[in-house]
Design a protein around this ligand. Structure first.
Ligand SMILES: NC(=O)c1ccc[n+]([C@@H]2O[C@H](COP(=O)([O-])OP(=O)(O)OC[C@H]3O[C@@H](n4cnc5c(N)ncnc54)[C@H](OP(=O)(O)O)[C@@H]3O)[C@@H](O)[C@H]2O)c1
Ligand SMILES: *[C@@H]1O[C@H](CO)[C@@H](O)[C@H](O)[C@H]1NC(C)=O
Ligand SMILES: *[C@@H]1O[C@H](CO)[C@@H](O)[C@H](O)[C@H]1NC(C)=O
Length: 326
């Protein structure tokens, strides 16, 4: 039985990735429309030092936004800041340290951000790890679940008051959360959220990405109920040639290395739907969507289950030591 539990998620993830790659090759790719200047607006992008996050940060900076890259590597972060400043001639780009695998670091980051007394119009929950060996975050959560999901859950909740204050009726603040097609076969295993009994890196990644979709929809539900001017959407970037695949097993890694540049989207192409979700006027006031190639598509059936969303939210509040009603 445990063998199946290990093999099935691997097969599903390879199947989904292959399907998406074929769609990308055969279908038309999404071209970002020309977007209006966004001077005076402030954005935070987690994992914005490289990959999809870097090109998201760069585009927002080009549009005139004050861009804050939140990341766990100061050297990489500062290098990205300098490159973006040079390329966009926008000086208002900075780095804030935030290790999403540490609740303490996330709280520190939010404190440092709030000390700047800035508004916050866009939060991009982009950072992530994939297929890392079995391990725990500083607070003892499984690495994918803790970093990809719970870290962003805490970060978003701690920034919600600023987002609420910054959004207006005509110009909602936006939370954009990067999920993945692997969520389609993900399962939230409430009996063992930390994958302690049987660790599948593929299963754990898929679980974290499904959790992010459930989180997006439930947060949108709460914000709508309270009448806040904040919207939340999830983004699926496609299959993109980035360092995310560094922990792929050997045959997969060699294939990716040889063909990635040809078959996969570039990081810049991969950022298009994130950027669209951050600033497109088409999405003004619209939340609760799963966006792929710049269009709304249906996410997995379970992701729309309100009971499941609520159960995960409640559990997450407990794990992140937040009051349950927040
Ligand atoms: N590439 C794809 O095909 C694909 C497909 C679907 C979804 N996605 C999603 O897209 C997002 C961006 O990934 P990417 O492809 O651009 O990969 P990437 O180039 O590896 O970028 C991921 C970023 O997240 C950061 N990060 C990792 N752990 C962190 C932590 N504990 N605290 C703060 N930052 C952390 C990384 O920093 P370090 O490297 O310094 O740790 C890096 O800057 C991820 O959420 C990923 O799941 C990607
Ligand atoms: C930051 O990233 C660089 C490579 O990009 C690496 O050499 C360095 O060890 C990293 N620093 C930390 C503290 O992880
Ligand atoms: C795989 O992931 C671990 C944990 O994040 C990391 O320390 C290691 O360097 C990665 N392996 C490779 C080959 O990059």
């Amino acid at each position: 039985m445990w063998l199946l539990e290990l093999i099935v998620p691997v097969l599903w993830n390879y199947y989904i990735a292959t399907k998406v790659v074929l769609q990308q090759l055969l279908g038309r790719s999404f071209h970002l429309p020309v977007l209006s200047q966004q001077d005076g607006k402030v954005a935070i992008i987690t994992g914005g030092a490289k990959g999809i996050g870097y090109y998201t940060a760069k585009h927002l900076a080009r549009l005139g936004m004050h861009v804050i890259i939140a990341g766990n590597n100061e050297t990489d972060g500062n290098e990205a800041v300098t490159r973006i400043q040079q390329d966009t001639l926008n000086e208002k780009v900075e780095f804030l340290f935030c290790d999403l695998a540490s609740m303490k670091s996330i709280r520190n980051c939010v404190q440092n951000f709030k000390a700047k007394n800035l508004d916050l119009h866009v939060l991009v929950n982009n950072a992530g790890v994939m297929l890392v060996p079995e391990g725990r975050t500083e607070d003892g959560f499984e690495e994918h679940f803790g970093t990809n999901y719970l870290g962003h859950f805490l970060l978003t909740n701690l920034l919600l008051d600023t987002l609420r204050k910054s959004g207006t009726n005509d110009l909602n603040a936006r939370v954009v959360t990067v999920s993945s097609a692997t969520h389609f076969r993900g399962q939230v295993n409430f009996d063992d959220l930390q994958s302690s009994s049987c660790y599948s890196a593929h299963g754990a990644y898929a679980q974290s990405k499904l959790a992010l979709v459930l989180f997006t929809y439930y947060l949108q539900h709460l914000l709508t109920v309270e009448g806040s001017h904040v919207t939340c959407n999830a983004v699926d970037p496609g299959v993109v040639n980035t360092d995310l695949y560094k922990n792929l097993s050997y045959p997969g890694k060699v294939v990716k290395w040889m063909t990635g540049w040809l078959l996969l989207k570039s990081a810049e192409e991969g950022a298009a739907t994130s950027i669209y979700a951050c600033v497109s006027p088409d999405l003004e006031g619209i939340g609760g969507c799963y966006l792929y190639n710049g269009k709304r598509i249906d996410s997995s059936e379970v992701s729309y289950n309100l009971e499941l969303q609520k159960k995960l939210w409640t559990e997450s509040c407990k794990m992140a030591a937040l009051p349950v009603s927040s």
